[in-house]
Every structure is written in C-alpha cells, then in structure tokens.
Design a protein around this ligand. Structure first.
Ligand code: XMP
Length: 327
C-alpha cells in the first residue's frame, strides 16, 4: 500500500471528535515509529508545522527538538513570534538559527522558480542535518507535509518538503503525521490540540517563504520592499476585518521597474502585486473582493511608506488558471 495515497474510505476531519480520534491514532503511530529516539522538527511557524509540533509534543514530549531556521525569507516579525509562542508559551525545546546570509548568498542571481525552490529546500535539509549532528542522537526528521503538497509535487510545482530532498539525507526516517490531510482538516486538528485560534487560523505560508514572492532573482533591496509592503497589507486586512475572511493574502514583487514621479522627479520603482484568494483545500481558488476604499488606503500607504515601490496592482486571476503563488 502506498502510504502517500489517501484511502477513499478516510473520513474528512470536520469535527473535534473526528480530530480527537485522528490525534489518538497518530500519537500511537508516532510512538511506535520513533520509540525512545529523538525527532527533529522544522518549525517554520506556519499552520502545518505548528500543528505537527503540538502533536509531537503530545506524543513524545522532550524527545522532540524544534529548530526554527530563519532563512531570511520570513514575513516581518515572524521569527520573533515563533520564539514567543513556542519557546516562551509552550515551553518547547526550540533552537533558533539565523541562516539569512547563507540562503541569500546561495540564491543570488538565481531566477528560475524551480531552481530557487530546490535551493531553499536543499539548504533547509542541510541546515537541519548539521543541527542533528551537533545534537546528540537525533534519528528522525519531522515535517509538516500536507496532502496537496504530495498531489502537486507530481508535476506542477516541486514543493520543498517533498520535491527537493537531497539523496544524502542522513536521518533514519521521516515523521509526517498530517501528510494525508487537507488544510482545513489540519486546522481542525490544531484546534483540538489546544493551539491558540490565531495560530491555527493563520493563513498558510509556503516553505520557501517570500522567496517565491520576490519574483525572479532575489535581491536584498527588493526583498526588503516586499516584506514591508506585505506587512502593510496584513495590517490593513486586520484593521478592515478581511484577515478573518480571506484564506491567503500577500504581496508579490516582480523583477521589473516602471517609471513614476516623486517630489517632481523621475522615480523608477517596482510594482507591488496584491493577491487575495479563498479556497478550502488550495487545489482551486477564487478571488476575494476587496472594497475600493481599502485598496486605496493600501496603495497610498505602500507607495508612500515603502522605498522602491511606485505602483500597486491587483491580481484577479482564479486558480486555475493561476496558481496561488506566482512562482
Ligand atoms: P499554489 O501556488 O501551488 O499553492 O497554488 C497552493 C498552496 O501551497 C502553498 N505553497 C507552498 N507550500 N511549500 C509549501 O509548504 C511550497 O513550496 C509551496 N508553494 C506553494 C501556497 O502558498 C498555497 O497556500
């Protein structure tokens, strides 16, 4: 039996009761798989890895070592929040690694989306392996792979957590307890595990982070502009109440400039592209309507507050035909 295929008989997890049953079953399976050995978890702070962390803490407690790698492609304030929630809040065994320079140096000049993804995924695994070697006796690598990752690694995009693993991986095995679940099910499980609602309902964030939104070859200045513009979008969505309604919303910044004018002078800048979509399982997506007043305010703030951005555009493309991310 291929353990990467969801059995047709598997019930959709929609209630706390179904989630509780899933959790009990997974706890047993995790304990059986890892015994008294240690597990290393790539804790990005997104919904999937956070739920896996909570599940593993419940199953094996201090045998779990969480590693949060800041690849320099996190959203504004995100790494700080991971430390706050997991280290201070949940008392997790958490190691923080700032690998920004390492990732950005490797990515310099690389513009092909799949190559960028593979570099980020490969580098991630190497960082974890290095960490595993430093730590005594880590045997397993846990990952927040979910079912759409598995389905879509087959042809559309090489999602880093299934497509980009190098062959020289040194772990005894992988622990992927939510790999047969869709996103909405992962959230139900997260709530049943007692994670705070604002963490469980947080919009998904791809493993390669802002790396697939800083389109083409990543530069530090454009990445910085993207991060600042994205923070403004998130702030304004919080203020107007769209944050709780829209599944995923973010800014992408392409590697192209247009002519603008600022303080009476020619001002060339990048456009910030707003993408705001709704979906239940990320396989298809529809466009969320954003009131014009909100769009005006976001445009005004981004063009005035973010260095290097001189236009704001709105992406109205559903999936299909556009994927949610631009790369
Ligand atoms: P796409 O762009 O394929 O995205 O329509 C579907 C969902 O998956 C997220 N995504 C990723 N998640 N690693 C991840 O863990 C990745 O490489 C990756 N690429 C896309 C995307 O943000 C959306 O929620």
């Amino acid at each position: 039996m291929d353990t990467n295929i969801r059995p047709e008989t598997m019930e959709r997890i929609t209630t706390p009761e179904l989630a509780a049953a899933f959790i009990d079953e997974q706890i047993k399976m995790i304990r059986e798989q890892v015994g008294n050995k240690k597990v290393l978890l790539a804790l990005s702070g997104g919904v999937d890895s956070s739920v896996v962390a909570a599940l593993l803490i419940k199953a094996i407690g201090k045998q779990l070592v969480c590693v949060h790698v800041n690849h320099g492609l996190m959203r504004k304030g995100e790494s700080e929040q991971v430390i706050e929630v997991f280290k201070n809040g949940l008392d997790a065994n958490l190691i923080y690694i700032d690998a920004t320079d390492r990732f950005l140096d490797k990515l310099a000049g690389v513009d092909a989306p799949e190559t960028k993804r593979k570099i980020i995924g490969g580098e991630f695994v190497r960082v974890f392996e290095e960490e595993a070697r430093k730590l005594d006796g880590i045997s397993f690598l846990a990952q927040g792979t979910i079912y759409p990752d598995i389905l879509e690694s087959d042809g559309v995009k090489a999602h880093h957590n299934v497509g980009g693993l190098p062959d020289d991986i040194h772990f005894e095995g992988l622990v992927e307890p939510v790999k047969l679940l869709y996103k909405d099910e992962v959230r139900v499980v997260g709530k049943a595990l007692g994670l705070p609602a604002n963490m469980v309902d947080r919009q998904p964030f791809p493993g390669p982070g802002l790396g697939v939104r800083c389109l083409g070859a990543i530069t530090r200045d454009r990445l910085h502009a993207l991060r600042e513009a994205d923070a403004i979008l998130r702030e304004e969505f919080d203020i107007c109440g769209l944050a709780g309604k829209v599944w995923q919303y973010f800014i992408a910044v392409p590697d192209m400039k247009s002519v603008g004018v600022k303080d009476g002078k020619r001002y060339e800048g990048w456009p910030a592209i707003i993408r705001a979509v709704n979906t239940t399982d990320a396989m298809t997506a529809t466009i969320e309507e954003i009131p014009y007043a909100v769009l005006h305010k976001i445009t005004d703030r981004i063009t005035h507050e973010v260095d290097g951005i001189n236009r704001v555009l709105l992406d109205l493309t559903p999936k299909p035909i556009g994927t949610i991310e631009w790369e």
